[in-house]
Design a protein around this ligand. Structure first.
Ligand SMILES: O=C(O)CCC(=O)C(=O)O
Ligand SMILES: [Fe+2]
Length: 337
């Protein structure tokens, strides 16, 4: 188990404004493209207004586990407001941000990436995680001036939830989930969380890592990435493929829960973020999925052999929180080979 100081270090990001060279704590032995594989191609683009959007989403999820989404209905002006507020937050002096740091055992508030404890080196990244109202944490940073931040973050989550529901309904239809098993979609019960990510400019980007490779635990993640590149996804047989920001588009990732519910038809996409010497980067990830008490399992149909055992979302989240790399294999019950 981590001792107190390691635990504290995991909860407080480096004060990036004060460092001029890459500290050893942030120097990764093999980050970036040094694994030799660099994939070509790019993830499919889906127009949500297209009458064939559902089929296009199915094909994209099957082959990539991710796609760019256009015509999604989220106003650009709202995204810009989120960007203004995220900038306002992350450009504060470190001591102000530390006031909102996550408490032990909690996931909301300011801090390093939630996956940090599973990697030997630290990431060139700061995050702020919100579930519902961020007011408890925002008040600690801006005692008299937090209302606008809260209003915009709550509004963004509301709009993201609606979009996530629309995409989830299509995806669960493709997967063959029965109506009574998807009653949680569109209810107040579903779980959603918003993660604001900031990657400051880095003096030695070739040796640093913005966000280490991981899959999201969610059913799906809807990500906005501001103009700077950095996100990469692993395409089986090809290597790391950059996901370049398309103006106005959102990136949708299939997460672990969808991998289970689709009986492995849709891969839970492995992704990572590289950093930049001169440009900072923002991204906003909205994680969506069934409520914690919901039992998830592969759909039982067409004589297909279920590859995962049934379990509650909470149980899966606990397994993943203890061992992210082995979480999916630990609930695998059969192989197709
Ligand atoms: O910054 C990005 O593009 C990706 C963020 C991400 O993967 C996450 O927050 O889980
Ligand atoms: Fe992610």
């Amino acid at each position: 188990m981590a001792n107190i100081s390691e635990e504290a270090a995991n909860r407080i990001p480096l004060d990036f404004s004060s460092v001029k060279s890459l500290p050893d704590s942030h120097a990764w032995p093999h980050p970036g493209c040094s694994d030799g594989l660099s994939g070509s191609g790019s993830i499919p683009v889906v127009d949500l207004m297209d009458p064939n959007a559902m089929e296009a989403i199915g094909l994209a999820c099957e082959s990539w586990g991710a796609f760019q989404l256009n015509n999604h209905g989220i106003p650009l002006s709202l995204i810009e407001q989120v960007e203004v507020q995220a900038t306002r937050l992350f450009t504060l002096p470190a001591h102000r941000k530390f006031k909102a740091q996550r408490s032990p055992g909690s996931i909301t508030g300011y801090g390093p990436a939630l996956i940090s404890p599973f990697f030997p080196k630290s990431m060139w990244h700061e995050g702020f995680t919100i579930i519902g109202s961020p007011s408890d944490h925002a008040k600690r940073i801006w005692p008299y001036d937090h209302a606008r931040f809260c209003e915009i973050m709550e509004n963004y989550q509301k709009q993201m939830k609606k979009l996530a529901e629309e995409v989830t309904r299509m995806i669960l239809k493709l997967v063959g989930v029965r109506d009574e098993e998807k009653e949680w979609v569109g209810s107040s019960e579903s779980s959603g969380a918003l993660q604001l990510n900031w990657y400051p400019p880095c003096p030695e980007p070739e040796r640093a890592m913005g966000l280490a490779p991981h899959t999201d635990t969610s059913l799906l993640t809807i990500l906005y990435q501001a103009q700077t590149s950095g996100l990469e996804i692993l395409k089986q047989g090809e290597g790391w493929v950059p996901v370049r920001p398309h103006p106005g588009a959102l990136v949708v990732h299939a997460g672990d829960l969808l991998h289970v519910m689709s009986n492995a038809r849709f891969p839970s996409v492995l992704h990572r973020v590289t950093v930049n010497r001169t440009r900072q980067r923002y991204s906003f990830a909205y994680f969506y999925g069934p409520p914690q008490h919901c039992v998830i399992s592969p759909p039982a149909f067409q004589n297909s052999v279920p590859r995962f055992r049934a379990l509650t979302v909470k149980e899966y989240m606990d397994i993943k929180a203890n061992n992210p790399d082995l979480a999916l294999s630990s609930i695998t019950i059969a192989s197709t080979h």
